[in-house]
Every structure is written in structure tokens, then in C-alpha cells.
Design a protein around this ligand. Sequence first.
Ligand code: 26Q
Length: 837
Amino acid sequence: MKELRMKPTTAAHKLNGDITADALLARFQDHIKYSRGKHFAGATDFDKLASLSRAIRDLAVERMLATQQTYYDRDAKRVYYLSMEFLMGRLLSNNVISLGLRPVVEKALGKLGLSFEQLCNYEPDAGLGNGGLGRLAACYLDSLATLEYPGYGYGIRYRHGMFRQEFDNGWQMERPDDWLKFGNPWEIIRPEDAVPVLVYGRIENLPAIGDGPPRSVWVDWQMIDGVPYDIPIIGCGVNTVNILRLWSARAAEGFRLDVFNQGDYVRAIQEKNWAETISKVLYPSENTHAGKELRLIQEYFLVACSVRDAVRRHLKKHESLDNFAEKNALQLNDTHPALAVAELMRHLLDEQDVPWERSWEITVAALGYTNHTLLPEALEKWPVPLMERVLPRHLQIIYEINDRFLDSVRLRYPNDDERIRRVSLVEEGEVKQVRMANLAIVGSHAVNGVAQLHSDLLKANLVPEFAQMWPERFSNKTNGITQRRWLLACNPGLAALITECIGDKWVRDLDALRKLEPFAEKPEFLQRFLAVKQANKQRLAALIGERHGIAVDPQSLFDVHVKRLHEYKRQLLNALHIIALYHRIKDNPAGDFVPRTFLFGAKAAPGYHMAKRIIKFVNSIGEVLARDPDVRGRVRVVFLPDYCVSLAEMIVPAADLSEQISTAGKEASGTGNMKLALNGALTMGTWDGANIEIAEAVGLDNIFIFGHRAGQIEAMSRDGYRPHEWAERDAELRRVLASIRQGEFSPGAPGLFDDIHRALVEWGDTYFHLADFRSYADSQQRASDLFRDRTTWARKAALNVARMGRFSSDRSIREYAREIWNLRPVPVKVAAAKPTM
Ligand code: 26Q
């Protein structure tokens, strides 16, 4: 596995060894004065944050230039990660760590009596994503840079990222995110690299020239400009600084020239607004496809800007696009950028005059597609009439791709209309729809799922005809997380303890954690391991106290359920168990219960009514329990508002138990499961997604697995699942359901949770809560029993940490690089910047 020469992280410190605390301090103060235009005395907290960030960015820029020059000189193959989401979170702390400058920064700030940690907390999250898929993209950028791969992120610079969540009487309220309000010190705008993007219009068919092919031109389009903003992605302990390029939409120079020419200057300026709406807001829904025109244009905008940029960079070095696929790989983060298939074809055909067959070879060889979901409601399908209006030329190309593809299928499988119907890029029906997953599969040389089970189900259930036709195209690439953010930066206590025991090799080679295994047998180590966890729990308890005025008991078991709110993720199953516990306490108020704090964090898509009601339900349960003296000191339910990356960085290190309880077969992978286990939480999980691989890695003795397996769930779906029968057979569950129906958790508002009750009992319990309840409740009981013996618990938790090496995004990225991108590391040599005093 070890292809890379591992440099010890101390190298990171050496790289900037020649910047002293005094030199950094001078640069910081210069930025206060010359970038912010203030005297130090008048500088706000944000001025200080921005100035430190700019001082750090300056150090990174030197290497960014050297990195780009190296890639150009060496004619390196590059990978472009195309994603509608990059959930970056905060950048300062991670960038300082990557540069090995933490001690220097702390010393410098210390001279002014400033705290680095506090300063970091003023940075707004770059919340340009919904959840797992967006955060995965951010982790992958970190690994690409750290492993010295020539990799770029391409995304959209949303003016408003993921909404801020507030609670009003327990109901979710969405407030606009305004992350750019005070400016973004990390970005570099590059107006000189702006690219034109065309939408709308129609196709005009021209007569063929001689016996050449019929020609068509796209006319009457409207033009938008994509303006790039670059954010440096700093590799940890290396010179590599890659780039995340985010596109912002502006009215093009010639936009609505017709209206200007009519003399209606003011209206013409007003219409510029339309262009700018394209990058205004992130669609805040995960795993649903609403089919909105603006979203389609956003997806096309990303693809058009990125393809043009990649082509331009290629042509700086090469004469033509003939070797484009040898020198470039484009990875599609789900189907959201799947229009890249049609756009790259359009470039080759219409702008470079490459013949169809060769254009197609190049396109398929350059593209790879990662699938992140099997949920049918999440599969992107765009109505043909909409596409015809917005992207007439692309629709034409998609039809041509489909015709040729279906011809090849008919050759191989004659007289198989059913197969043709299923694999077609166009779904027939009242309104025809373009199936983006089919387009992505046909247009890519590699297709992968994100955990073994998911990749298997993808082949077996979602697209069996494609898997049969092209078995070599399909593979698995199990997700990973970056240990630089999700251990080193967010859990300094545990990171220091680990490094003290086994050295710091794990920072760049997570498999090194294995050396921690023998320590799990040493009582002194376990005591310190527990002390770190305790301190992290106290840190979180303090935050909850400050922000919400709620006192949680840091001695209690912290049971953490953080992820997007979705029925398949079954926050509701957790709630049912809490109610059962409550009833047990009421029945036996003198009983000996292991105290628990149930912590939830989750945003619901604004239009997802059931999800919003589940949030209200959990909040209401929390209120009822908080008011009941019998419960005091035993169970506390806290739904933390506005779950986001920076809040996760506080919660993850403090968790004892990690809830990963999706209906088996529904969660493609999960990555929160990895973050929590890496930080020493035990997993309470179903046999789903990456939970399976985590269980195999840590051992079944060190994880709580419960519930029906994917095959059993499928069988129940097929043979008829009758949820009420599961309730009839279980007195405790019956009582839980009855208490919901009787309004026990909606005092003064009977009927408030009737829909929740009905969804479970009458409407078929789509996600099998009732079928898994008993197994879940029993498993939870085992967790409580185990928690009484802290040392045994700590031993299992430590073994989890020691055995999580496989779940580093470094491993994932190496697999993508070798098996899909054919990409090699390109180390960057650079003399570190000489500080100017
Ligand atoms: C699509 C069309 C229109 C509007 C929005 C969307 C949209 C946006 C985001 C559809 C899906 C998403 C996000 C999906 C996602 O985060 N999936 C998760 O990906 C993780 C990384 O692979 C997995 O670990 C999770 O299991 C999976 O749910």
C-alpha cells in the first residue's frame, strides 16, 4: 500500500521553519493596517481574523504558484473533481496546521494577548453543501493536496450557502446564510479567467457543405459570465497547494444588448439581476430531486465553466484535444454535473471540429461517475421540454448519444424491448425525461458506489443491465474522511495522546494507528483516554450551556445522532427508544438507570414536511422529559440547532455513542459514522453502508449491530410488510405508539403528531421502524449496561480508534487515483518563502 514516501510531519514545521513569530506578527499587523485600513486599536474581531487569514494565505500563495508551475512544466495529468457542493467549513485552523505553523501562530498572537482558538471561532463556515456528499468533496481535496496529486475542485460560489437553522417553539425556521458578509479572506478573484456560458435559444439547421454531415447552429441564446474565485487547498506537510475554483455568475458584457440598444438603459441594468441569480443560493435538499429550472441552469453553469477552463488549461500546453483524456480526468460527484458528458461532446464537435466517434472516445475516457444514492426519489430526471428550452444543443447531442447507444444494445441483445426501455437515456411517459444516471454511466469509463454494499446493490438492483453489459466499468470506492480535520484539528487532546504513544506518522498515514492496539490493554492509557473524552464532553457541555442555557451532565452517556434529517436515517427510531426509556422510568422511578444525554443535530429540507415534524416531535419529547421530576438527572434530550461542520467539530470528539441506524440498504455509505468512531465513540448501527466495513475493521465485539439486513428488508417489502403486526407482538412498542396517539408529547395540541403515528402504523412504515424497534431497544440496553464499566467501554473505544486506519480519505483517494484516474503524485519543490521583516 505504501507507494508514497512518507515524510514525517516534522517536515511541515521545517517548511516554514524560517518564519518566526515576530515576522508573522509583522505581516498580521500589516494586514490590519493595509488590508483592513485600521489601527490595531480600532480593529474588530473579524478584522483580526481576516488579517491573520491573509497573512497565512500569503504564505500559501508562494507554494500555490510553485505547484501550478510544476504541474505545467511536468505536463502532469490532472484530475478535476466536479461537484455542486463543497462543504469546507472553516479554513484558518486547518490551514495553519497544514503549514505546520500552529506553535508560531500561537506565539505571535500571544504577544498581543490574543487567543488563536478564539479568533478561529469568528470565522463563518463555508457551508456550500448539504451534507455527506459535499463534505466528502472537501475531505477529498485535503487528501489530494496532502498526497501531492494534481487535483482541482470545481464548484459554485453560492452567495448563500446552507441555511441557518433556528427553532421557534420547537419548529425549524430557515434563516439566510450570509457567509460573505464581511468578505472572504481566502479567495482570489480572477476576472481575467471569466468564461462565457450560453443558455436558452434554439437550433437552426444549416444545409450540409458538400457531402459533409448536416450542420446545426445554436442561435438566440443568452450569455452569462462565470467568474472564478480561487481558494488555496494546502497539503499537510508538503509544498503542494492545489486550487478549489468556485464559479460566480455575472451578466456578460453583451448581456441584453438588444434592450440597451432600445435605449431602455435602466431596464437593461435591472435584467442583469437574472444572470446573478444563478449562483445566489444552494438548493437545501439532500436525496430529493425537485426538477427546478434554476437548478438545471446551475448544474449546467458549473459544467460549462469547468469544462471550458479545463480545456483552456490543456490547450496552453497542447496543440489539440486529441490527448485530452490522457492528461485530464473529470470526476462527477453524483449526477449533478452529468451534463459534462454532453458539454464535453459539444466542445469537441462544435468548437474543435473533432468527428463524433473520436469525440466520444475522448469523453468516455476522461469521465468517471460516482453514485451516492439508490433512493428512487433522488434520481435526477429532467423533463425533455425543459431541456429543450434551456439547452437545445445539449438535448440534441443527448438524443444522438442515445440513438447510437441503443443501436449497440439492439445489436448485442436483439428483440429485447424491455431492456431498451430500461437503459434508454430518455424515459418515455406523458412527459419524456432525461435520466441523468444513465447519461453518466454511458458517458463514463468508470462508475463507482461509495461503500461495498452500496456498490453491490447498485449493480444488482439499480442498473443491472448496465452492470451486465459493462462489468469492468463498475467498482467500489469506499468513502473516507480526512484525519487532519476530523482528529488532529478537532480533537487536540486525543491527537496529542496518540502522538505521545505512537508518534505522529498517523497524520499522513492513518494505518499507523494500528500501533495503538497494545495500549488498549494498559489501564493507565485507558484512564488518560477516558480523561480526554471527559474533557471533550465538558467542552461541549459548556458550549451548550453558553449558547442555549441548558445544563447537560458531562458524566452521562453522550448519545449522538447528527446528520441530515431524513426518514430513512430514522431519527424517529431513536425517538421511539427515548419514549420507551421514559416509560420505564415512569414505571420504576426508583430504578437504577444509566444517565444519558441524547444529542441531535439535523437540518430538514425546507419543503420536507414529515422531516420538519420529526424535529418538532423530538423537541417536544425533550420538553416533556425536562419538565418531569422523575426524569431529572437520567435522560436529557437536546436538539442542537444549526448543525454544521464547525458544530460537528465540537460534537464528534465528545460522543460516547454514535447513532448510525438507517434502514439497511438505504444509506449509501455514511461518513459521520467514520468521524465518530475515529474519535472513540462506539457505533450503534444497522448492517448498512460503511457501517458494515467499520464492523469488519473494529470487530463485532466492539460495535453494537442490530436490526434487519438489506436482504431481509427487501424480502419484507416484496412479500408485504405489515407494521401493526410488529406492534401487536411487542407490549413496550405498543405503549410507545399509544402514547404518541394519545398526545403525551403534545400537551395542549392533541393530534399534533398524528401523522407520525399514522406514518408508522397505517401508512406502511416505509423505513421499517417497527420491525427494527425491539432489536434496537435491546441493543441500547446492552450499551447502557456496558457503560457502567468505563474501563471496558474505553478499551473497546480505543480499539475502534486503533482500527479505523482504512477510513482515511487518503486511502480512498489513492484508490481513485490508481484505479480510475491513472494519476500519479507530482511532488513540488520550492524554497520556502523568505519572510520580509
Ligand atoms: C439534486 C437535485 C436538485 C437539488 C438537490 C439535489 C441533491 C443535493 C444533494 C441531491 C443529493 C444531495 C446529496 C446527497 C448526499 O449527500 N448523499 C450522501 O453522500 C455521502 C457521501 O458519499 C454518503 O456517505 C451518504 O450515505 C449519502 O446519503
